[in-house]
Design a protein around this ligand. Structure first.
Ligand code: NAG
Ligand code: NAG
Length: 466
């Protein structure tokens, strides 16, 4: 389906509808002041109509031992559920394709079955792929083949398809947009770590083809992504749209727009250890939820490592080479159980973006850069990026994101963060969302999975649905 055409037809109609509703609502609430006060709902709904809504997904996963976070997403009609690794470091969403599939981690009945819904290579979303990700388009009717590679050298090869995504919006409506994604029939993972056993990737990068860009193009949500990964139990949530963004308390830093990269790259930052400056300045970071650990370039890695080692010298932990989970680990007298048992031996690492005086601080407490392994050692979750060819930039991965809400704001080209309890959905501005009962709050939150499974039940449909 041609997205451009559809959205052009869509918009004037939407506004007509809202205007009509506006007339109806104002006619109803005007006669009595009391009525306006008693039922603010009508007015609240009206505001909602003029704003794009949000989609919220519960997130599962952890940094260690799993190494990834995923959401469940319904695709198709009848809908089939897929577990997708959430990745703000790449654009293209893809699922393992029943084509047949090479290097697939899912059995055939859990793969996506294409049904003559491939996208022609002349489609704008095919052009939206990075140049090195698409094949030459010889005949405009040819299918759009893609190949994406990741920094860990894993890759997916397939064809772009379009299908319906039943989604429940935070404003109470359901929507069934047609979105474009990859049907990946050839996956490879030659690196030292196996690819996540998920059905695929949820691409949330800055490019046109990312799910958030597509939803915003269709006017369904703002092009804003929020994730909140909890520290302890591997829960959290992901949201596309801006309704969960707190109105205050968020630290914002702007994206480095000069770079042609489609990554969420920040301006230069300085590295602090225990609130004191290190010699490391002017380094760029990419915020990438698709990476479980954080990667520093050789200089920053060396600096952090020597600060930590110097600091630990007289303490109760001994560096060990026995634990093979990660390159740098320490053990105590007894096997360790929790990061909180050793937190006191480690210091906070801080990234300072912007100027020295008015900089934006991204603080990383020990529990957000250490893991406890199955063998009971504590290991450094910051890795040497230069070893895998990352010399010019640094990647902030999931381990640093625990316990904070991270906001990728493509509308204002900035990135924000705020410490949060990611086990709970944050308080949405109730004036905008309307008054919800406790029960409804819960249902829009972590029991969303159940709703997603029921996503195509027509009794869930509300008026105003397009
Ligand atoms: C919810 O938001 C969507 C997309 O922004 C809109 O189409 C729909 O009409 C809204 N529904 C309500 C009940 O406000
Ligand atoms: C990081 O990797 C680079 C490139 O392989 C290497 O030269 C450097 O010594 C490494 N740094 C540390 C502290 O291991």
């Amino acid at each position: 389906m041609n997205l451009k055409k559809e959205s052009r037809k869509l918009f004037p109609w939407v506004y007509f509808f809202f205007f009509y509703v506006f007339l109806l609502v104002s006619a109803r609430v005007q006669p009595s002041e009391a009525a306006t006060k008693d039922s603010p709902k009508g007015h609240v709904k009206l505001q909602n109509h003029l704003l794009a809504s949000s989609v919220v997904f519960p997130v599962s996963g952890n940094v260690y031992p799993l190494g990834y976070y995923y959401v469940l997403l319904n695709i198709g009609n009848p809908p089939k559920v897929f577990d997708l690794d959430i990745d703000t470091g790449s654009d293209l969403t893809w699922v393992q394709c029943d084509a047949p599939c090479k290097g697939c981690t899912k059995p055939r009945d859990s793969q996506y079955k294409p049904k003559c819904n491939t996208l022609p290579c002349s489609h704008m979303l095919c052009y939206g792929l990075d140049l090195h990700q698409r094949r030459p388009c010889l005949d405009p009717q040819d299918q759009c083949d893609y190949e994406v590679g990741y920094s860990d050298h894993a890759s997916s090869l397939g064809a772009l398809v379009t299908d319906v995504f039943p989604l429940r919006l935070e404003n109470g409506s359901t929507t069934h947009p047609h979105l474009t994604f990859g049907c990946g029939y050839d996956q490879e993972s030659p690196g030292p770590h196996p690819a996540p056993p998920t059905a695929g990737m949820l691409g949330l990068g800055r490019g046109k083809v990312s799910i958030s860009s597509q939803l915003s193009y269709l006017g369904i949500t703002k092009n804003v992504i929020v994730h909140c990964l909890s520290h302890d139990n591997g829960n959290g949530f992901l949201s596309i749209g801006d309704e969960l963004v707190p109105s205050s308390g968020v630290t914002w830093t702007s994206l480095a727009l000069k770079s042609t990269s489609k990554h969420y790259m920040t301006g230069p930052a300085e590295l602090l250890f225990n609130d004191k400056t290190t010699s490391v300045k002017g380094i760029n970071f990419i915020f990438d939820s698709g990476s479980s650990y954080t990667y520093f370039n050789a200089q920053a890695y060396q600096a952090i490592l020597s600060h930590i080692r110097k600091d630990l010298k007289v303490k109760a932990l001994m560096e060990t080479k026995e634990d093979k989970s990660l390159p740098v680990c320490w053990k105590g007298k007894e096997p360790l159980k929790s990061v909180y048992d050793v937190k006191k031996y480690f210091k906070t690492i801080t990234l300072r973006f912007g100027s020295q005086k008015k900089g934006q601080l991204f603080q990383v407490p020990p529990e957000s850069y250490l893991i406890i392994t199955e063998e009971g050692s504590v290991c450094l979750g910051i890795l040497n990026g230069s070893e895998i060819g990352l010399d010019n930039y640094n990647i902030i991965g999931d381990i640093f994101f625990q316990g904070i809400m991270v906001i990728y704001d493509n509308e204002k080209q900035r990135i924000g963060w705020i410490p949060s309890d990611c086990d709970k959905l944050p308080n949405v501005n109730h004036n905008r969302r309307g008054v919800l009962s406790k029960e409804e709050e819960y249902q829009r939150g972590f029991s969303l999975i159940r709703w997603l499974f029921a996503g195509t039940d027509s009794s869930n449909k509300k008026d105003g649905e397009l």
